[in-house]
Structure formats: C-alpha cells, structure tokens
Design a protein around this ligand. Structure first.
Ligand code: SF4
Length: 350
C-alpha cells in the first residue's frame, strides 16, 4: 500500500488523478499531513466521505513511534529513539543552542561506511529509510517540542547513516521538508553531511534549492583517514578536495568541514597545519568536535587545551573555526549509542 506521506507534492497530485480525482486534492491532503499533522484520513474534513474512504483503502501513513526520549539536563539536548514498522529502530537528536534547535536526523538503519569512531558503524547496514521515515522524525520531534512551545529550526542529515548512500530518498525528503505546502523549512536551514561520497556530491548541487553541505573530514593524511574512515580508500583526500574545489558554491555560502578530534590520532598542530594547506582557497568554516567517548573504547577525547590550541592555530590563519560542544554526553549522545543500548547483542563492544 502506498505511503501517502512519502510523496512529493507532484507525486501526490498524480496519485489523486489516478484515483479519479482532481489534482488539487493532492494539495489539500498535503496540507493536512504536513501542516496540520493529521495521521488519519477521517480527519481530513474538507474531503468527501467517498474520497476519504478511497484513501483509506489505497494508502497509509508511515509508522514511526517514539519509544524513548532522553533529555540531557546539562545542555538541553534530547535524544529520540524511534521504532519503525518493521521493528527496526533509529535515532534523532535535537541539539539546543540558545533559540536554535537543530535536529540531527537519520537516513538509514545502521550504516555501511564503517567509520572507526562511530557507534552506528558497529550496527552495519540494515536498510535505507524511506522519505516518509526521514520526514516523520522531524514531525514527531516537533510534536513533542510543541508541548513546550518549541520547534525544530534547523535540520542536519547527520544521524545514523550516510545520506548520499540513500540519495534518492534523501532528496525526496528534502523536497517535502522545503516545500511551502510541506514542512515549509527554508533550504538554508537544511544541511546534508557526508563522509565524502565524492561521486554523489555533485548531484546535491543540481537541486533547485541549494541546501548546505557539510563534509566529515576528520584527518589530514590518507593513512589516518583510511584507518578511521574506510570511504577514504575509495575517495582519498586528494579526490575529495578536488571535488570540493570544483563545486559551484553560491556567494556567501560556505562548506562546513566537520573535524572530530581524537586524542593522539588527529589532534596535533601538524594536523592543524596540514588542514590549513588542504583547505586553502575553499569557502569553508570548520567545526571542531572533541570525540564523544563511547563510539569506540580505543579512542578518547583530547583535553580542552589541545582543542583550544588547534582552534587558535586555524583562527590565526584566518580560518573560521568553532569548537562545537559534544552535546548530549549524558544521554548516549553519539549517533548509534541509544540504538546500541537496545540491541546489546549487536553492540556488546560499546
Ligand atoms: S560516522 Fe556517519 S558515515 Fe561514518 S559510519 Fe557513522 S553514520 Fe556512517
């Protein structure tokens, strides 16, 4: 049965025509789903009883049920564990920073990229999420936040999974999220974060509405990057940098470079120097994130002074570099950790 909330507006209009209805009915249904949050056709009161019955028989809603919500009292971040229709589980994390709430959404159950520092990697790849399952994460979190008069303001595709490994559904989800009749978010508030799937990055820049790009770099030599991010064996640093330098970045837009600092692995001043050389000429900003203990017991976070010295070196070279807090430390904040708690058999090593 077709999932009504996994369709772009144009697809829903076509679906209505297939049902023998006028295409504008698609707009009405779209608004009910994404603007009014209705999950039951019987509540779509401006549709005829006959059409509601037809929809009931031929379409259904994506199932995504919150089964655990954890709040970090220290930093206000919240972690949501959702159950899917097939009983698989995924996570989203809402990170609060003053009046901004950024939701980190998952795009796959597990991930096939195998990054050594990541809890999700230990799960392995199970399946891609549908567009509806991606969008529903935002809707469910917004429903929860509404009780406190809050709402997700920014969306980052940086939860479980590699977004560009589920490109088709991610692009569809972006379409629903940024459609005025859908969730209505500005494309400027949406960021896709990739581990460096070089051959798909171009595609993102062909979208009508350009979203933000973040790249998880995390190392400055191929030896280290290949050791902690196996994708580097396919697309090494040189290929990645060449691709980034060829992108048609709009004026005033910058690529975010994510750099997870791991003690004794990638946190020296030599790394900082190489980073400056690598990124020379690119419109970028860097997020330095001290490793969130828990993804891999062999890795540790660097001490605060190391992170500060690293940042100072970059700033002295006129590079915008922020230190991002490892939010949600008290709620298994690294991606995959809450899932791991529920699947001890898979993740005993965590
Ligand atoms: S860091 Fe991201 S890309 Fe790497 S394994 Fe984890 S979820 Fe996948």
């Amino acid at each position: 049965m077709i999932k009504i909330d996994s369709m772009l507006l144009e697809e829903l209009k076509d679906f209505m025509v297939e049902q023998g209805e006028k295409s504008f009915r698609g707009e009405q249904v779209y608004k009910w789903i994404f603007q009014k949050g209705v999950k039951d056709f019987s509540q779509m009161t401006d549709l005829s009883v006959e059409l509601r019955g037809k929809l009931q028989n031929n379409a259904s809603f994506t199932y995504l049920k919150p089964i655990e919500i954890k709040r970090d009292e220290y930093d206000g971040s919240q972690k949501f564990l959702f159950e899917l229709e097939d009983k698989n589980k995924i996570e989203s994390v809402a990170l609060k920073d003053q009046d901004r709430i950024t939701l980190c959404v998952s795009t796959q159950v597990g991930c096939r990229m195998g990054c050594a520092f990541c809890a999700t990697a230990k799960i392995g790849f199970i399946r891609d999420l549908t567009a509806g399952e991606i969008v529903r994460q935002i809707m469910e979190v917004n429903e929860h936040l509404a009780t406190n008069s809050e709402k997700v303001t920014n969306i980052v595709f940086m939860g479980m999974g590699e977004p560009l490994d589920n490109y088709h559904n991610v692009v569809k989800a972006i379409g629903i999220i940024t459609d005025e009749m859908g969730l209505g978010y500005s494309h400027r508030k949406v960021t896709v974060s990739t581990s460096g799937v070089v051959d798909r990055i171009d595609e993102l820049f062909k979208l009508k509405k350009q979203v933000n790009l973040a790249v998880s770099l995390n190392a400055t030599t191929d030896d280290i990057r290949s050791a902690i991010m196996p994708i580097n064996k396919k697309f090494n640093i040189e290929k990645l940098m060449k691709k980034l330098k060829s992108l048609p970045i709009q004026k005033r837009k910058r690529i975010t470079i994510e750099y997870v600092m791991i003690k004794g692995v990638n946190d020296t001043l030599d790394d900082a120097k190489r980073l400056v050389r690598l990124l020379n000429g690119l419109p970028i900003k860097i997020n330095l994130i001290a490793y969130n203990d828990g993804g891999n017991e062999n890795y540790r976070a660097p001490d605060e002074q190391t992170v500060l010295s690293f940042q100072k070196y970059l700033v002295d070279k006129h590079i915008t570099a922020f230190i991002r807090k490892s939010l949600g430390k008290n709620i298994e904040g690294a991606c995959g950790q809450l899932y791991a708690k529920y699947n001890k058999g898979v993740n005993d090593g965590c």
